[in-house]
Design a protein around this ligand. Structure first.
Ligand code: SF4
Length: 260
């Protein structure tokens, strides 16, 4: 982790909250990218999102959700049929296993209803702490921090933490950011990781957080190369928000797939 020399814990907290506000301005479209209409559907979609993209999951779930509407439906599923539906998401045998066992356990222990407590969620098949926080934050409105690969990288680059363990990062960031903001912060950090602060070449010269980020300079700081690194449908808005001429963003960047 790069640090600002002499920064105190309270200084770090103030800076983190400023960055969180800037992220809210930078990514007003941040949201959970998995399609769902019930807590059970979100749990299923999140389990399926392991090792694949949200876009791929959203292509598979309409047929899946039409066929399996309740925990009992998953519990009684025909394995071969479900495997065929899940095949495009990869690891489809393991995922089928998780979904059938999830349905069975929900039926046996929770009356077929997804529980609302973290410790009960993480005891269910296929649901780890990250998945449980996604469900709590997005289906139940209980604030949760979702530490995925983007969040882990950015929290370190931002100088918020010096840590690789996802659970420790979750607790450290929870101490910096107000609880009511946890769920949306997670989406915004992940959007920033997908569109601006890439793993290999972050667009430092076209980043709204540059003045507050100790890792500024990890990627190009000149406007021209940095603008070319922005990705996603709002790439030109992102450039403008960072004070960079939006015309420097090539059309291909706007259409380019974001980092998964
Ligand atoms: S300044 Fe660079 S390293 Fe820091 S958040 Fe922006 S893109 Fe990432």
């Amino acid at each position: 982790m790069r640090r600002f020399a002499g920064e105190t814990p309270i200084g770090r907290k103030r800076r983190a909250r400023k960055m969180a506000r800037l992220l809210a301005d930078t990514h007003p479209d941040a949201h959970c990218e998995l399609d769902f209409s019930t807590p059970l559907e979100l749990a299923v979609a999140t389990i399926l999102s392991a090792q694949t993209t949200d876009v791929r999951v959203n292509q598979v779930t309409p047929r899946l959700f039409a066929k399996y509407r309740s925990a009992a439906d998953y519990a009684a599923a025909d394995r071969a049929e479900m495997e065929e539906l899940l095949r495009p998401t990869g690891f489809f045998r393991a995922k089928t296993n998780s979904l059938i066992r999830l349905g069975q356990q929900l039926e046996e222990q929770h009356g077929g209803v997804l529980p609302r407590k973290l410790e009960e969620l993480v005891a269910l098949p296929g649901i780890g702490r990250k998945t449980a926080n996604v469900i709590l934050g997005n289906a139940f409105g209980v604030p949760g921090i979702t530490v995925d690969t983007h969040f882990r990288r950015l929290a370190n680059r931002f100088g918020w933490v010096d840590e690789t363990d996802e659970v420790k990062i979750e607790f450290l960031v929870a101490d910096l950011i107000e609880k009511r903001d946890w769920t949306m912060l997670s989406h915004r950090v992940i959007f920033h990781g997908r569109r601006v602060c890439h793993a290999r070449k972050p667009a430092c010269g076209a980043c709204t957080l540059a003045a507050l980020c100790p890792s500024y300079g990890t990627g190009p700081t000149e406007a021209v190369p940095a603008a070319k690194l922005l990705k996603g449908p709002r790439a030109r808005d992102l450039a403008a928000a960072a004070g960079v001429d939006p015309q420097l963003v090539p059309a291909a960047a706007v259409l380019a797939p974001e980092e998964p």
